[in-house]
Design a protein around this ligand. Structure first.
Ligand code: CO8
Length: 262
C-alpha cells in the first residue's frame, strides 16, 4: 500500500523480536474499516510466519485504540450484502495466530475496538482508557465476539450491563474486572509496557510459549476434564523437546538457558 493507504503501521522493537502493529487512522479515531482490518490480518500473518518475531503488540498508539467498526461504512449496508459477503467474518482471524499477541490500549476501545482488544492474549491499558460496547445505541449488538467473550471473562451481570446499557468503564475498572491484566501508571507509555512484556516472552523457548497459549485457549472452549487432558498432553509432549532438556539442565547447572526452539 502507498503511504496514504497504510492503515496499519508495522514496526519492530529494538531487538527485532517484538512486532508492533499500530492502527493508523487517527482522523477517524482508528475506526476499523474493512481495508484496515484486511491490512491488520495481513500484518499479523506476516509476523506469525517470521521466525525472528516472538510476540506481537497490537495497539493504536498512546492516544486512541479504536472507536469501533467504521459506522459510515456500515450504515447503508443491507442484509443480503453483509450475509453473502460474510461481513466481518475475517475479523476473528486474529485468534488463529500462534504467537502471543499483546494488546496495548490507551483512550477509546469502543465496540469493535473493545472486541479487538478482547481477542488479544494479554491486554495492557492506561488507567483512563475507555472500554465500552456502545452498539446498543446504534440499534445493533456487538458482532465481534463481545457478548460471548465478555460473559466468559467478567460474568453475566457485568456483560449484560455493558452490552445492554452501553456504559463505559475505565482502564482501571477493566483491570479490576479481569479484562486487562495490567494497567500502566498515568503518563507511562502503554506501548513500551506492552513491548516489555513481549520481550520477556521473547526470552523463552518458542515451542513452550506456543504450547502455553494453545493450552489456555483450548481450556476456554472445552469442559474442564478435556481441557486438563489437552494441557497434560501438551505438557508431556514438551518432554520431546530439546528446550525442556536445556531448560532443566540450565536450572541444575545454575546458568541461563540457551533455547534452540527445538
Ligand atoms: N466509525 C466511523 N467514524 C468514526 C467512528 C466510527 N466508529 N468513531 C469516530 N469516528 C470519526 C467521527 O465521525 C469523526 O469524523 P469527522 O471528523 O469526519 O466528523 C472523527 O472520527 C472524530 O470523532 P468525533 O468528532 O466524534 O470525536 P469526539 O472526541 O467528539 O468523540 C467518540 C469520540 C465518543 C469516540 C465518538 O466519535 C463516538 O461515539 N464514536 C462512535 C463509537 C461507537 O459507537 N462505536 C461502535 C461502532 S459499532 C461497532 O463497532 C460494531 C462492531 C461489530 C463487530 C466488530 C468485530 C471485531
Amino acid at each position: 500500500p502507498t503511504q496514504a493507504e497504510q492503515l496499519v503501521l508495522p514496526s519492530r522493537s529494538s531487538t527485532g523480536k517484538v512486532a508492533i502493529l499500530t492502527l493508523n487512522r487517527p482522523k477517524a479515531l482508528n475506526a476499523l474499516s474493512s481495508p484496515l482490518f484486511a491490512q491488520l490480518n495481513q500484518e499479523l500473518e506476516k509476523a506469525d510466519s517470521d521466525d525472528e518475531v516472538r510476540a506481537i503488540v497490537v495497539t493504536g498508539g498512546e492516544k486512541v485504540f479504536a472507536a469501533g467498526a467504521d459506522i459510515k461504512e456500515m450504515k447503508d449496508k443491507e442484509f443480503s450484502e453483509v450475509y453473502k459477503a460474510d461481513f466481518l467474518g475475517d475479523w476473528s482471524n486474529i485468534t488463529k495466530i500462534r504467537k502471543p499477541i499483546i494488546g496495548a490500549v490507551a483512550g477509546y476501545a469502543l465496540g469493535g475496538g473493545c472486541e479487538l482488544a478482547l481477542m488479544t492474549d494479554i491486554l495492557i491499558c492506561t488507567p483512563n482508557a475507555t472500554f465500552s460496547q456502545p452498539e446498543i445505541t446504534l440499534g445493533i449488538i456487538p458482532g465481534g465476539g463481545g457478548t460471548q467473550r465478555l460473559a466468559g471473562l467478567i460474568g453475566k451481570a457485568r456483560a449484560m450491563d455493558l452490552v445492554l446499557t452501553g456504559r463505559r468503564i475505565s482502564g482501571t475498572e477493566a483491570a479490576q474486572w479481569g479484562i486487562a491484566s495490567r494497567v500502566v501508571e498515568e503518563g507511562e507509555s502503554v506501548v513500551e509496557a506492552a513491548v516489555k512484556v513481549g520481550e520477556t516472552i521473547a526470552g523463552f523457548g518458542r515451542i513452550a510459549v506456543q504450547a502455553g497459549k494453545e493450552a489456555v485457549n483450548a481450556g476456554l472452549e472445552l469442559p474442564l476434564e478435556q481441557g486438563l487432558k489437552a494441557e497434560r498432553r501438551l505438557f508431556q509432549q514438551l518432554f520431546a523437546t530439546q528446550d525442556q532438556k536445556e531448560g532443566m539442565a540450565a536450572f541444575a547447572e545454575k546458568r541461563k538457558a540457551a533455547w534452540t526452539d527445538k
